[in-house]
Design a protein. Structure first.
Length: 305
């Protein structure tokens, strides 16, 4: 029987998305996986080191594992990389009850805020947060570009089937509204006003009390939904939006700096082709010239040792 699940898989030692193309490919692969497995996607968020999904599925572990494998094949081919990406396994948590669903969705859709990648939940672009109540909240829908099958995007693997209801934007990425169950999520939140409230609500004991009304077991906490996170208190503090800085380089900014500006001078086209000495030299440049944190430098340069 199909049920609702919160899925997460992680890659804390190296980034999963180095540019916009990577994000676009992941969304397309997500849409194709939903179609091929007869699963429904409720919400998503793609961070540089991990992915959150809420799906309605019969086989959530298989769904997450195959999606991760297909994306890894793309990433490995593009960057000349080999092997599994990130920590082994797929984290799966069954969602029971309306309030558990709301809390699970809140954590997913507010991930950019939790990780100081945006000052509000709505400011992070690589998630579905702006797909719900768009008309009522004043969001302008991204226009669809419906192309003939022989002209479909290079973002798609060859010979993949998808329904005519899946439409793309001008960049060749499936519009989330064309394959996600956005209406179902709107029913969870009931009204645009409540959705706004939930996206701006601070995490406190009231979240537990709401979930206890479901009578389905222990309340979800942020630590339950962020596997591998070492500093949950920092994520909670980021909810205020005070730690986001427009001048701070996010991981994808650093990857762009490395891939476009620093790799050519080292005679390589991929960060995975760097020698240890080249990697160390670039790391020193990033640290001294751009004052980046060591952990960010290491994951963007893939300094695994």
């Amino acid at each position: 029987m199909k049920e609702i699940y919160h899925i997460c898989f992680t890659s804390h030692a190296e980034v999963m998305f180095r540019d916009e193309l990577d994000h676009g490919m992941f969304v397309n692969l997500l849409a194709l996986r939903a179609f091929s497995s007869d699963a429904q996607v409720f919400a998503d968020a793609e961070m540089s080191t991990h992915v959150h999904l809420i799906i309605f599925s019969l086989e959530p572990v298989r769904f997450g594992g195959l999606l991760r494998m297909s994306y890894t094949k793309y990433f490995n081919h593009k960057y000349g990389r080999e092997g599994r990406m990130g920590e082994p396994g797929v984290f799966v948590l069954r969602v029971l009850g309306l309030n558990h669903q709301v809390v699970s969705s809140n954590y997913t859709l507010r991930n950019g805020l939790h990780h100081a990648a945006s000052s509000t939940a709505f400011g992070y672009p690589y998630c579905s947060v702006r797909e719900y109540f768009p008309k009522e909240l004043g969001f302008t829908p991204e226009p669809a570009v419906i192309s003939r099958r022989e002209e479909i995007s290079s973002y798609l693997p060859r010979f993949r089937e998808f329904p005519d209801s899946y439409v793309m934007n001008g960049k060749g990425v499936f519009l989330r509204r064309s394959f996600m169950e956005t209406r179902q999520v709107e029913l969870f939140y009931a009204t645009p006003r409540n959705y706004l409230y939930q996206m701006n609500r601070l995490t406190d004991e009231s979240w537990d009390r709401d979930q206890e009304k479901d009578g389905t077991g222990r309340p979800f906490h942020l630590a339950d939904l962020e596997p591998g996170c070492q500093d949950v208190a920092k994520l909670l503090n980021n909810e205020y939006g005070r730690h986001f800085r427009h001048d701070r380089l996010q991981d994808m900014d650093v990857c762009r700096l490395i891939d476009r500006d620093l790799l050519p001078s080292n005679g390589v086209s991929s960060v995975y082709q760097l020698t240890d000495s080249q990697r160390t030299r670039i790391a020193r440049t990033l640290f001294h010239d751009f004052h980046l944190p060591e952990a960010q430098i290491r994951r963007c340069l893939v300094m695994l040792s």
